[in-house]
Design a protein around this ligand. Structure first.
Ligand code: DMJ
Length: 480
């Protein structure tokens, strides 16, 4: 029976891969998928890729049945949750690029049509700038790139223009909130991730509109963080956007800082801005000089005081597991593999990764697991760049654990505490955007369907083709 299911899944995947290959010949030139010829098919993990694909569809159908029009699905009570008083349609916008990559074109088209025909951004909502930048702006830009639909670009520009008043601050770092209807910014203290996770989306928007003002705003915010680094070359964690004063002087790559580093590197790598290239080299050198710590034969990126480098805490978070992906992407395979081994040990302690863990006391500090993608993202990048089967095996273990503890009768849900595996009633939007996408991609590596080398992902895993950004046009449209 199992063997039969395995064969059936494998056949389904091959059929899917073949259909995609045929379809690739007639796709829109800007379609982020279907750009690489299929040369060889390594079939070992294809049944898992197909299983992830089917589980994504099952979860998407549950969202549609119980939460359509709202931000997120609550899979246990089979109800919906919105982030604000008015929904922003975050799950579908986050799901689009994943559904498209998996070949669920009809489902993706339905989202595209809804965005174009029925969605208005004129909402009296104090939106969190960071969260809607990575999910909505990033998702819409990727939707435009994949669909080529100019009406999607118009919706994207409308949305971005509603965010821009947040950048009118003393430092150029955006405020925490901005009202989508009135443009009123609020919240003068932000963390470094919130300050510096926008240059990628804003640069891409400048490219597609030909208006350099977006990139200029993102670059100013990034430089505002870097220019305020300490003598050791480290930024702190929290900063006042008006005065530029640090309000938390802990330095780390942990949650609250993480995607700042990711965006400095990715913006440099996509746009080739030499100023941002210098920021990257200085920033990563300081990180690798002051943050790493060896404990229990493992390699940890800890927390230090930004001024004197003294250790302030040995608490890491599961978000930090983005770091191996960034390291291997930027060419540091040795540190990437060591860091991934460390995060993998934390996962193995309970069979899912706790949100926060103290590596000195060896104790869980926050037990939640919210279906987060980072450790899977890093397994995918490491498999891609090293070719080692161990990273696909790792991802297969993560997927097995997620199925065991988080799968519900209709979708997947978060975990209240990995020590008890008690479930909570929430499926985050990044489960569609990131977790299922990275699982699908790591299991389907070798099919030639999607080549990581040709793409850059934003921090919410929305993909952008490097080939879409011509050097001479980047210089002109971004105002380099
Ligand atoms: C995602 O929303 C993004 O990846 C963000 O950068 C931080 N992590 C969450 C998912 O864990």
């Amino acid at each position: 029976m199992l063997a039969f299911q395995f064969k059936a899944m494998r056949s389904a995947f091959f059929l899917h891969a073949l259909l995609l290959l045929l379809a690739a010949c007639s796709q829109h030139p800007n379609d982020a998928s279907g750009d690489s010829p299929i040369v060889t098919i390594d079939s070992t993990y294809l049944p898992l890729a197909e299983e992830v694909r089917q589980e994504t569809l099952r979860s998407w159908k549950a969202y549609k049945q119980y939460a359509w029009g709202h931000d997120a699905l609550k899979p246990l009570t089979k109800s919906a949750e919105d982030w604000y008083e008015h929904p922003l349609y975050i799950s579908p916008i986050d799901a689009y690029s994943t559904l498209k990559l998996m070949g669920f074109d009809a489902e993706a088209k339905e989202i595209e049509d809804y965005v174009v025909d029925s969605l208005s951004w004129d909402k009296d909502v104090d939106a969190k700038v960071f969260e809607v930048d990575i999910r909505i702006l990033g998702g819409l830009l990727s939707m435009y790139e994949m669909s080529g639909n100019p009406k999607v670009l118009a919706k994207t520009v409308d949305f971005a223009d509603r965010l821009m008043p947040a950048f009118n601050t003393g430092t150029g770092i955006p405020t925490y909130h901005v009202n989508l209807r009135t443009g009123k910014p609020s919240g003068d203290t932000v963390c470094v991730a919130e300050a510096g996770t926008n240059i990628l989306e804003l640069g891409i928007l400048s490219y597609y509109t030909g208006d350099p003002k977006y990139y200029a705003a993102g670059k100013r915010a990034t430089l505002a963080v870097h220019e305020r680094r300490s003598k050791l070359g480290l930024p702190g964690t929290d900063i006042n956007v008006q005065t530029g004063e640090w309000t938390n002087r802990n330095a780390s790559i942990c949650a609250g800082v993480d995607s700042y580093y990711e965006y400095v590197y990715k913006a440099y790598s996509l746009f080739g801005d030499t100023t941002i290239g210098r920021v990257w080299r200085e920033a990563i050198a300081a990180v690798n000089t002051h943050l790493p710590e060896e404990k229990d034969s493992l390699f940890w990126y800890g927390r230090v005081n930004m001024d004197d480098g003294s250790r302030t805490s040995s608490v890491i978070t599961l978000y930090d597991a983005f770091m191996p992906a960034l390291l291997v992407l930027s060419g540091d395979t040795v540190r990437a593999e060591r860091a991934q081994q460390t995060f993998d040990q934390v996962w193995r302690l309970h069979g899912l990764e706790p949100t926060a863990y103290d590596y000195t006391k060896r104790e869980v500090r926050a037990g939640d697991y919210d279906l987060n993608p980072e450790i899977i993202e890093s397994a995918y990048y490491l498999h891609h760049f090293t070719g080692k089967p161990a990273y696909q095996e790792m991802a297969a273990r993560y997927w097995a654990d997620i199925k065991k503890h988080c799968r519900t009768d209709v979708a997947f849900t978060s975990i209240k505490d990995v020590r008890t595996m008690e479930q909570k009633d929430y499926m985050p939007t990044f489960f569609f955007a990131e977790t299922m996408k990275y699982l699908y991609l790591v299991f389907s590596e070798g099919t030639g369907r999607f080549n990581l080398d040709d793409h850059v992902f934003n921090t919410e895993a929305h993909p952008f083709r490097r080939g879409s950004f011509e050097r001479a046009e980047v210089v002109k449209r971004l105002g380099l």
